[in-house]
Design a binder for this molecule. Structure first.
Ligand code: IMP
Length: 454
């Protein structure tokens, strides 16, 4: 069977921890989109593993697959694998031959475009990992795929076509001088060697076939979404989005399995009990707080409830895993969750970080919005209209701080009563049962109500 783990908000909902929690029952953990822009923090027995590309199941000895929908930076891939090996693990990672490859010039172009947009204050606030430019080349049918790294002649031919174009784009359109990131000979040498290593370690696969065979053998497959629904290129807050589909449909197109396979399994939405955002764009329930030079921030709820935002940011350790940027903080946005529930078809949800809100007198949620004098219950399609939304809040009584380790051991009934009222409200609004509640960063600090693999 399959279980798909999807972020229901803006990323950073704690998906890695949930994948790890249920990873025991999975034989294979596959990523279906994104690249090394993702930050997965997995804590195991007090040791923290920070991964950005390798599926987090690799920490628990599962086969990790990077599907065709991913964009792969081989330098990051091998760095993470080598690091895990140095720490005594033996990761088994397979990479789709159809996945596209991130080159150093993609990263440079990512930075150049952000810089150009900053003149009009319209930068996205990307992670700078070259994600957008790599997907652009994929859609433009000029990308280099993992399979091409294994064939030096094809690799050279493709680089000879694409690199001069990219160089001209950087130099003539953007007026930026280019360096070795655009040097065909050195790119060829470096990436040919990555291809050799992929071949030596037998890592390149046809992801769809590989996964279908494992399922046919009766194995369990988990699809690990990166980022979240609201930064999905189709269903998110365009243009402040990533360039892939974190939503559940991406698990089919990004692995080569059918929508029936994905939809026939469980789709679990990961919800953080409050909201965070790195990068630009509206955030109607934003609590304010000074977060340095986060683009787009000034237009949003500046200064209001600054102390509370800072408190939640510190308690929740809300700093970007990949970039270290402080995250913007807001109350839970329920119109956002309704949108995510429809786009993904959640069969269950996991709500994380309820411990972070413990000790507050009251906890608010944005239940609906006022937009042009009307009450609306889901997210408008355009950024401008979303930015014009005024939240209608509901207030819940706060819950006490407690021994969360004990709560995790004793189960759902030990969750403070007011927190349970909050969880049950969320569950009803998205029409999906609560499968797990995160009460701390460690895998053991989760209340499991239902394991989707059972
Ligand atoms: P990119 O994916 O680096 O192109 O960045 C595009 C947008 O997605 C930016 O707003 C990033 O901050 C955001 N983003 C990308 N990856 C993550 C993530 O793993 N968590 C949260 N936001 C992300």
């Amino acid at each position: 069977m399959t279980v798909t783990i999807v972020g229901s908000q803006l990323g950073d909902e704690g998906k890695g921890g949930v994948v790890d929690l249920w990873g025991d029952a999975a034989d294979v953990v596959a990523r279906y989109q994104g690249g090394d822009n993702a930050g997965h923090t997995v804590v195991e027995g007090g040791t923290e593993y920070k991964l950005s590309l390798v599926p987090s199941g690799a920490v628990r000895g599962k086969v990790g697959v990077l599907g065709n929908g991913c964009v792969v930076n081989p330098a990051t891939l091998f760095e993470e694998i080598d690091d895990l090996r140095d720490r005594g693990l033996d990761p088994d990672v397979r990479v789709a031959r159809r996945a596209h490859v991130i080159f150093p010039y993609h990263r440079v172009l990512d930075g150049i475009e952000e810089e150009a947009k900053s003149d009009s204050d319209s930068e996205v606030g990307t992670t700078g990992r070259g994600i957008g430019p790599t997907y652009e080349d994929k859609a433009g049918r000029r990308g280099v795929r993992v399979g091409d790294l294994l064939d030096p002649d094809v690799l050279r031919e493709k680089l000879e076509y694409v690199v001069p174009q990219k160089q001209r784009l950087a130099e003539e359109v953007f007026g930026v001088e280019t360096g070795e990131e655009f040097d065909i000979a050195s790119l060829y040498e470096e990436y040919r060697r990555y291809g050799e290593r992929l071949a030596e370690e037998d890592m390149a696969v046809d992801a769809g076939e590989f996964l279908a065979d494992r399922l046919a053998d009766g194995e369990n497959v988990m699809f690990e979404g990166a980022q979240g629904t609201l930064i999905d290129i189709d269903h998110g807050n365009y243009p402040y989005v990533t360039s892939s589909n974190p939503t559940a449909g991406g698990a089919a197109t990004g692995t080569g399995l059918s929508p029936g396979v994905v939809g026939g399994g469980e789709v679990v939405g990961i919800v953080k009990a409050y909201l965070t955002r790195v990068g630009s764009g509206p955030l109607p329930t934003e609590l304010g707080g000074v977060v340095g030079d986060t683009p787009g921030y000034d237009e949003q709820g500046e200064g209001e409830n600054e102390e509370l935002a800072t408190y939640i940011r510190e308690e929740g350790g809300e700093y970007g895993t990949v970039t270290g940027r402080p995250r913007r903080v807001g109350w839970l946005d329920v119109p956002m969750l309704r949108h995510a529930a429809r786009a993904n078809g959640f069969t269950g949800i996991a709500v994380n970080h309820i411990d972070v809100l413990a000790g507050l007198d009251e906890v608010k949620v944005g239940h609906s919005y006022d937009l042009d004098g009307e009450e609306v219950f889901t997210i408008p399609a355009t950024t401008e209209r979303w930015a014009a939304c005024e939240p209608n809040y509901r207030t819940f009584e706060g819950w006490e701080d407690t021994d969360w380790g004990r709560v995790a051991e004793e189960g759902y009934d030990a969750v403070p009563e007011n927190a349970r009222a909050y969880l049950e409200y969320v569950s009803e609004e998205v029409d999906a049962d609560v499968y797990a509640v995160g009460v701390g960063p460690d895998r053991e600090e989760s209340v499991v109500v239902e394991n989707p693999f059972e």
